[in-house]
Design a binder for this molecule. Structure first.
Ligand SMILES: CCCCCCCC/C=C\C/C=C/C(=O)SCCNC(=O)CCNC(=O)[C@H](O)C(C)(C)COP(=O)(O)OP(=O)(O)OC[C@H]1O[C@@H](n2cnc3c(N)ncnc32)[C@H](O)[C@@H]1OP(=O)(O)O
Ligand SMILES: Cc1cc2nc3c(=O)[nH]c(=O)nc-3n(C[C@H](O)[C@H](O)[C@H](O)COP(=O)(O)OP(=O)(O)OC[C@H]3O[C@@H](n4cnc5c(N)ncnc54)[C@H](O)[C@@H]3O)c2cc1C
Length: 664
């Protein structure tokens, strides 16, 4: 039968050890074991079903999310899951909810910005979920411009308290997840005012709701901001609105790791940089990069399996039609996404390491790598989420008409994913931060301050401004050194050109605004270089398993040459490569697609996703697509009755022409 046979035959063609690839994808044998066990636990629990999600009303949807969250918590306690296992369980439940903000932002903020004392007081309550917290930074009037926030926190020396207030409509907190209906507490970002002086934005722990009856505390107005894009999708989350009317909190509820307010109302700065007030954003951006590979690989898994099952045109000698995965156009759209999923996985792994390293240095009062950590997390968050959002939509198109059905899993995945391009920093705003960092790095070249980390290549400015690509035949594009040099030269030349153009302006800020579109392109080039170089570094590690390294090499080359092809204008206009070398890269790309083709199904099997997690009829592991699509259609509530509700009021009068007289 179509589907079963197709995928079984595809699997038998794989030229590498899939089990070893699963370990590489998971990060370690231990992580694979945990994620495999927990994903099956979730898949086999009926409470975690998600197949009716898109058909529920908002209220039912939300209540069902609460039920799942409570059940997840119960299972975590009953099974005594470790922190790692609990995080995996929440991941595989796969439903945006208040828990994400509680564990993903509220707790990390207290850890990162609270003093030892504050951590000792608040963290045990939060870990046991005796309180539920969210992250209330964005306001109706300001999101990107954090320094523009209007909420005030005014110190009252008489009572040793802060008065939290929303002075304008635009100062209403707007968007925080978990705020609308669930959170009992929030870290609220507001302007610290002492003695009428404004000391800028700081974080404050504020109790919002009673722990007895869940009603908002006096002076607090709170609610949900309303339906968002898509059915089901992100509407499981209670993104909220919050206003304060002179709400008092004790002084020790200001998060005081960065600066402290004394009993006398004096502001004391610690030795840590003020930017640590933005620290949670750095942490979450790093997590978002890892998550991008999950969302993209999920869409790619669906589109790849379906492309092997789906047949159109081209009768072969045996009388069956061609699998759409065999069309070169399908491969040229699908395989770069497959390669991107792997590329984002490895850059995410590296970013996690970078973040841990920065944190360790911060503990030892070494703040030197913070600017680079900010630039890398901001830039890679932007690059990977934009590519993933576009990639999911491309996967929908790769699945033809059936991709548009909710049962394909792709519409909901898209709807849930796309806000990642906006939250935790609008992607363009974040690239502009990277551009500032690059311009600063270029301006310091020759000053004796050597570029570090991901900008080390800029230290070779003279070589990179002049080098000529050595490619003479298509296979030369398979050499990592050739690819790296082309990407480094492109990035270097774009940054230098931007810096030179900027230097023509008397006012640098005006120049930055005027050139911002070019600066964003320079930032993208730098971030793509990071992704390529981290993939190449990964391949230099010991990679066991028959054929595994070879497949990863092919994917790495596909990612790099696809990016080169997509941004050919950059590479040609900066003179990094010639038109002839560009066409050789294209020829090499085609040959790489043929190399990956027999392994495509095995490469997506290596993600080790359960059918529950994929929630896609098209992406089923067994390939049994058509019978299940047919079965799914009948489950739609519209098919509960053969004759629809409304027939008598609206269809019958048309058919019986009873409306005609009324119209005439
Ligand atoms: C399991 C865990 C996973 C959890 C995931 C949960 C996901 C749930 C889904 C959604 C949750 C969503 C939450 C949110 O969206 S929270 C709100 C997020 N908001 C933003 O991201 C706002 C974006 N804006 C900013 O980050 C900043 O305002 C700015 C950086 C764009 C500009 O800030 P500004 O104060 O104007 O700074 P400057 O540009 O003047 O820069 C000054 C200086 O500081 C440096 N810098 C800026 N940001 C940081 C940082 N984060 N860390 C370190 N350093 C930073 C900047 O480089 C400048 O440095 P200088 O040039 O050397 O002076
Ligand atoms: C689903 C979702 C969940 C969220 N969860 C939370 C949460 O839990 N807590 C929280 O505090 N916030 C949350 N947010 C808010 C989120 O962080 C902000 O929406 C985000 O930071 C973008 O800010 P903004 O809405 O002000 O966009 P704006 O800055 O108003 O962006 C509008 C447009 O202006 C452009 N733009 C803005 N500034 C510049 C500039 N300097 N140069 C060039 N172009 C510019 C942007 O590129 C964009 O195209 C959430 C948002 C969403 C969508």
């Amino acid at each position: 039968m179509a589907g079963f046979d197709d995928l079984a035959s595809e699997r038998s063609k794989a030229q590498f050890d899939v089990e070893e690839m699963k370990v590489i994808w998971a990060g370690s044998r231990h992580t694979l074991e945990v994620s495999d066990r927990i994903s099956r636990l979730v898949a086999n629990d009926p409470v975690f079903r998600k197949d009716t999600r898109t058909m529920l009303s908002r209220k039912d949807l939300f209540k069902n999310t609460l039920r799942k969250a409570a059940h997840a918590w119960k299972r975590i306690i009953e099974l005594r899951l470790s922190e790692e296992e609990a995080a995996e369980l929440r991941f595989y439940v796969d439903e945006p909810a208040f828990m994400d903000l509680h564990w993903g932002m509220f707790i990390p903020t207290i850890k990162g910005q609270g003093t030892e004392e504050q951590q000792q007081k608040w963290l045990p309550l939060a870990y046991k979920m005796k309180i539920i917290g969210c992250y209330a930074q964005t306001e109706l009037g300001h999101g990107s411009n954090v320094q523009g926030l209007e909420t005030t926190a005014t110190f009252d020396p008489q009572t040793d308290e802060f008065i939290i207030h929303s002075p304008t409509l635009t100062s209403s907190k707007w968007w925080p997840g978990g705020l609308g209906k669930v959170s009992t507490h929030a870290v609220v970002y507001g302007r610290l005012i002492i003695d009428s002086k404004d000391y800028g934005v700081n974080g404050f722990i504020v109790q919002l709701r009673s722990l007895d009856d869940h009603l908002p505390l006096p002076g607090i107005t709170i609610g949900d901001i309303g339906m968002k894009f898509g059915s089901g999708a992100y509407n499981t989350m209670d993104n909220g609105v919050l206003r304060f009317d002179h709400v008092r909190i004790p002084r020790d509820q200001m998060l005081m790791r960065v600066s402290q307010v004394t009993r006398e109302g004096k502001l004391v700065q610690s030795n840590v940089p003020w930017q640590l007030v933005y620290g949670t954003m750095v942490y979450v951006r790093q997590k978002i990069v890892s998550d991008a590979s999950c969302a993209l690989s999920r869409a790619v898994c669906i589109a790849t399996r379906y492309s092997a099952v789906r047949r159109q045109f081209g009768l072969q000698s045996n009388g069956i039609e061609t699998q759409v995965i065999d069309y070169k156009t399908q491969q040229s759209r699908l395989f770069p996404l497959l390669a991107s999923a792997y590329a984002f996985r490895f850059v995410g792994e590296w970013l996690k390491w970078l973040y841990m390293d920065v944190n360790q240095r911060l503990q030892a009062s070494d703040f030197s790598t913070l600017p680079e950590a900010h630039a890398c997390t901001a830039g890679l968050k932007s690059l990977t989420t934009s590519a993933t959002a576009d990639g999911i939509e491309e996967c929908r198109k790769l699945c033809g008409g059936h991709g548009y059905l909710c049962s394909s899993g792709l519409p909901e995945l898209f709807a849930v994913y796309i806000p990642a391009c906006t939250y935790e920093g609008d992607n363009i705003v974040l690239l502009l931060q990277v551009a500032r960092f690059l311009i600063k790095t270029v301006s310091q070249l020759g000053s004796g301050k050597e570029p570090v980390g991901t900008t080390v290549y800029m230290g070779r400015v003279e070589q990179l401004m002049q080098c000529h690509c050595a490619v003479q035949k298509a296979e030369d594009w398979l050499k990592p050194s050739v690819i790296l040099e082309a990407f480094e030269a492109r990035s270097m030349r774009m940054s230098v050109a931007s810096a030179q153009n900027l230097a023509k302006f008397d006012n640098q800020e005006e120049g930055f605004l005027e050139l911002s579109a070019d600066l964003v392109q320079a930032a993208v080039a730098h971030c793509q270089l990071i992704v390529v170089s981290k993939f190449i570094e990964k391949l230099q590690q010991d990679i066991p398993g028959k054929g595994v390294k070879g497949q990863l090499e092919a994917l790495c080359n596909i990612y790099a040459l696809f990016i080169l092809h997509k941004h050919l204008g950059d590479f040609l206009s900066t003179g990094c490569i010639t038109p002839k070398q560009a066409s050789l890269a294209n020829a090499q790309l085609r040959s790489l697609y043929s190399q990956v083709r027999p392994n495509a199904i095995a490469l997506v099997d290596a993600f080790n996703y359960t059918d529950h997690y994929l929630s896609s009829v098209l992406g089923r592991y067994d390939g049994n697509v058509y019978p299940k699509l047919y079965e799914e259609a009948w489950k739609d509530p519209l098919n509960d009755s053969v004759v629809p509700d409304g027939y008598q009021e609206y269809i019958q009068p048309i058919l019986k022409q009873q409306l005609r007289n009324a119209r005439l």
